[in-house]
Design a protein. Structure first.
Length: 227
């Protein structure tokens, strides 16, 4: 029975990868009509264009070689994912943060990547970072690879075109105990993720950390199905 479930999960992930590629090539690559007039400049400047990655800040943030206002490079925040922090003074280094940063560095640093922006969404976050999907030279997307290999959480705080797809990628990585999912505990997750899990202190917990984190995440995911 376990093998059957594993096969079903793998086939589901493969199907989602195909649908994702279709979404990116047929939808995102269309000329975008942004609802925010101020984003038009970003679309014409960055969308579907190639740039070199000159710095990886952490697992979900990097710089590309094109000036952005007063800055020599453009800082990008990957759409739809959240990797553990490595430099945030509010949290300090988080569990699996260095691993995620090192993995992103290995995949992207020095590479020519293609930038895709999300249609009908703000192109910038509150820190003025460009929100983007990044396609690597081999055709895969950095956002997806980080999720699939267990280096990132699907960021459920903000809706985007691949929201449900990214939730499923996280689910598959979690079920296969990839990357951080092998040993992460709920308390080691980002605060927003903990809030999604509705964590409450328990004086009598007999389950292992791995089991509690996996069960809590699955419960929270089931509550998100209709979002």
């Amino acid at each position: 029975m376990h093998n059957v479930v594993a096969v079903i999960i793998t086939l589901t992930a493969a199907t989602l990868c195909f649908l994702d590629r279709t979404f990116l090539t047929r939808s995102i690559t269309k000329p975008l009509q942004s609802a925010q007039q101020q984003d038009f400049g970003d679309v014409s400047k960055y969308h579907s264009r190639q740039f070199a990655v000159v710095k990886v800040v952490d697992g979900d943030t990097l710089d590309i070689d094109i000036p952005d206002g007063k800055y020599n490079h453009t800082r990008i925040r990957l759409w739809g994912i959240d990797t553990p922090e490595t430099k945030d003074p509010r949290t300090g280094p988080m569990y699996f943060g260095k691993e995620a940063s090192d993995f992103a560095t290995k995949l992207a640093l020095g590479k020519q990547v293609t930038i895709y922006l999300e249609k009908e969404k703000n192109s910038r976050d509150k820190y003025h970072r460009l929100l983007a999907y990044i396609q690597l030279p081999d055709g895969t997307f950095l956002n997806e690879v980080l999720l699939s290999e267990g280096y990132a959480y699907a960021d459920l705080r903000f809706k985007h075109g691949l929201y449900n797809k990214y939730k499923q990628l996280e689910s598959v990585a979690r079920s296969q105990k990839k990357g951080l999912w092998a040993n992460v505990t709920p308390e080691q997750m980002p605060k927003w993720k903990q809030n999604r899990l509705h964590l409450t202190p328990s004086a009598d917990s007999t389950s292992s950390p791995q089991a509690s984190s996996g069960q809590a995440a699955e419960t929270a995911e089931s509550a998100e199905v209709n979002n």
